[in-house]
Design a protein around this ligand. Sequence first.
Ligand code: EPU
Length: 438
Amino acid sequence: MDSFLIRGGNRLKGKIEISGSKNSALPILAACLLAEGKTTLHSVPRLSDIDSMNKLMGELGCHIYRHESADSRVNGPALNGPLDITVTDESKIEARYDIVKTMRASICVLGPLLAKRGKGVVSIPGGCNIGDRPVDLHVRGLQKLGAEFHTENGNIVGEVRGRLKGCRMYLGGAQGPTVLGTINVMCAAALAEGETVIVGAACEPEVTDCAQMLIKMGAKISGHGTPEIKIEGVDKLTGCEHRIIPDRIECGTFMIAAAITNGELELKHCNLDHLVAVVDRLEEVGVNIARENGTIFVNSSRRLTPVEMTTQPYPGFPTDCQAQLMALLCLADGISVITERIFPDRFLHVGELNRMGGRIRKEGPTAIIQGVKDLHGAPVMASDLRASAALVLAGLVAKGQTRIDRVYHIDRGYEKIEQKLAAVGADIERVKEAKAAA
Ligand code: EPU
């Protein structure tokens, strides 16, 4: 298990290239199960979650090949060539617990398996450290298309008699729309008989990205990016070529890295249109953000103003940037309030930030953050992907050394984060367990 050692206090300055979106690439890979022939995906980030999804796709009868062409979209010598996915065996239908437990996005193979192979078995994802994450809406949406389900040995077993049939359905839940649930049902409906209308669909850019790839494969989809998606089922989808959108959460994280270190960063290959709510909150805090084509320039005024923020479905402030904003607000001049509406228990970073000198109090789904003058380095524990990112940000500005253990969490979703940060002046190093403990 690797750790990060960060000696805080350096102002970050320079350019960082944003990778392709993890949360777009994962369901898009699953959607490749729907197509005949080869699909080529560009800008698939090199992450452990992507490795897990590739492994699952391999077990489901796909041949995966990563081209070794150097791609300048990541700093350093990383090889990030396109990924070819070809379905070669349609007899496999099971996503095993060993893979599902490490990556919940595995549930996204269920819709494609049912639509294309008539049967799908996916292990029920268990508990998750950002809170309860049921998959009832995925199952309900697929049931409405005619799939039948039962559970067996901890698995969801789905079957289709004949072909899925399109219908009009409401897919919202108590916490609002579901991103991966919308994608799962949209993928299944693409090969269903007749028209499906998903009302209460998620509007996140990752849903739109997947819809755009399906359209290239021959699907008839409209309304993606709005709460009502219309899908006219087709008989067949064919492999295509597609570039994954830039990772808006990685981009938001580096914007906050510039702000928290009072630095100046140029973030390349981003889509600021996907980050309107994040920009709104950061500007309120006192961060300066300018855009020129696909590049974002970020720097910060020394005084950080406290703000209130509530996470919401897109286009609201994303839950996946909540922890990172909290790290920044620890240093604001006054009291900030953050309310988490998507995953009300997603606050494991609070205790760790407090170990670094933060003054945060949690009350139900709300955190009250009393700004402090300085954070101090400390040994802390990464607990989930975005919580880990918050600890890295805090470590960049903390006085002294911060050791973050269990950084495998961060490797799930940030491509070479330590290399990207070191290239713009951060003092950060990846160490193996023994050295970290020394
Ligand atoms: N929900 C249900 N039933 C369901 C599905 C969801 O009640 O069947 C609830 C969830 O518990 C939550 C809300 O609906 O309260 C929204 O969850 P959603 O389904 O939208 O989350 P997801 O699709 O499973 C994706 C991202 C998450 C991100 C959320 C919200 C991927 C692989 N994951 O998860 O990303 O936080 O959308 O935007 O795309 C991350 O990258 O760190 C991460 C956790």
